[in-house]
Write a protein that binds this ligand. Structure first.
Ligand code: NAD
Length: 323
């Protein structure tokens, strides 16, 4: 158990989750080196950190991890395309980031004897046949389907992390993150919340895939980042589910976002996606027990803040206070 880290590496730190994580670590007084190839992230996400004495940006790819000398006591590995549109476009790169990239980042953590946290995903459960999903469930994944580049990359990254923990003595923890949302998502990344928010704000039809009866549980970014840090501050190996167990039908979420945005947009249905999970809901018993963590933001509050940010009303530095 550690009280505050001295120096951390955050891979993927210019992305949606990574940029919030960098900001939280710097706020805690940790010096952060953010390594990112900017393939799906953006310099704007870390603009408020540039020039900060505790923040350093290294433009580089985790598969050829640049020389970031010195010692670290925390390594958090988030670098990977994460939205279905991004990993379809960057299919091989996604497998490389999860495989070779994870291996390189694990080696760095081992060299420094640092705490290592892997940002894994609920996608490793595939289209689950157990509901809600607990960490003991092995998943139901199509290994060659269009989503497999992401699902299997993360499953392999989990296997690598477990092997470094079990056989090399690395202090490693695996977080299985469920759908998270909030400010700093890209409006065009194809994920459900930014898509619906943008459509609602533009008074365009909200495009619900399939019937909209499939379910999702959404976790506000401040809660997800809090969970990642809670895991970092223990020596628990995981895997630990981090998500919000409030489950909504996709159609219900579209209506909620439209109403919160004060929009008159209609709802339209478009073709479903291959291997799209029908139900997705975390069992967070383990996170509550081992990390003392649970999400605090209700969907309406997190979505209200997200809509405010997308409409340019909410400043980036106002996203994390408690609800
Ligand atoms: P994101 O696309 O916004 O961020 C990923 C970041 O990684 C980007 O800045 C990108 O440029 C960088 N990156 C990608 N490949 C890289 C490489 N080879 N080398 C260096 N940098 C690279 O996505 P996000 O939503 O912030 O997700 C961050 C992590 O959390 C990912 O590993 C993702 O799998 C995981 N995750 C996210 C969610 C979610 O709902 N957001 C859910 C489950 C898991």
């Amino acid at each position: 158990m550690s009280n505050g880290f001295r120096r951390a590496v955050v891979t993927g730190g210019a992305g949606f989750l990574g940029s919030h994580l960098c900001r939280e670590l710097v706020t805690e007084g940790t010096a952060v080196v953010c390594v990112d190839n900017l393939s799906t992230g953006s310099p704007e996400n870390i603009a408020s950190l540039r020039g900060h004495a505790l923040f350093e940006f290294v433009h580089g790819d985790v598969t050829e991890l640049p020389d970031i000398g010195g010692d670290f006591d925390l390594v958090m590995h988030l670098a990977s395309p994460a939205s279905p549109l991004d990993y379809a476009r960057l299919a091989v790169e996604t497998l490389e980031a999860g495989g070779l990239g994870t291996m390189r980042v694990l080696a760095l953590a081992l060299r420094c004897r640092a705490r290592f946290v892997l940002a894994s995903t609920s996608e490793i459960y595939g289209d689950p046949q157990q509901h809600p999903q607990s960490e003991s469930y092995w998943g139901h994944v199509n290994p060659i389907g269009p989503r497999s580049v992401y699902d299997e990359a993360k499953r392999y990254a989990e296997a690598l992390t477990s092997a470094y923990h079990r056989h090399r003595g690395l202090d490693a923890g695996i977080a299985r993150i469920f759908n998270s949302y909030g400010p700093h998502m890209r409006a065009d990344d194809g994920r459900m919340v930014p898509t619906f928010v943008r459509q609602a704000l533009d008074e365009q039809a909200l495009t619900v895939t399939g019937t909209g009866e499939q379910t999702r549980s959404l976790c506000y970014v401040a809660d997800t980042v809090g969970g990642l840090l809670a895991l970092a501050h223990t020596d628990h190996p995981g895997p630990v589910n981090l998500g919000n167990p409030d489950e909504f039908r996709v159609l219900q979420l579209a209506e909620l976002i439209r109403d919160l945005a004060g929009s008159g947009s209609p709802i339209s249905h478009v073709a479903g996606v291959t291997d799209d999970p029908r139900r997705r809901c975390p069992d967070i018993t383990l996170a509550r027990r081992e990390l003392g963590w649970y999400p605090e933001f209700r969907a309406a509050e997190g979505l209200r803040r997200t809509i405010a940010w997308f409409s340019g009303v909410l400043n980036t530095d106002l996203v994390t206070p408690t609800p």
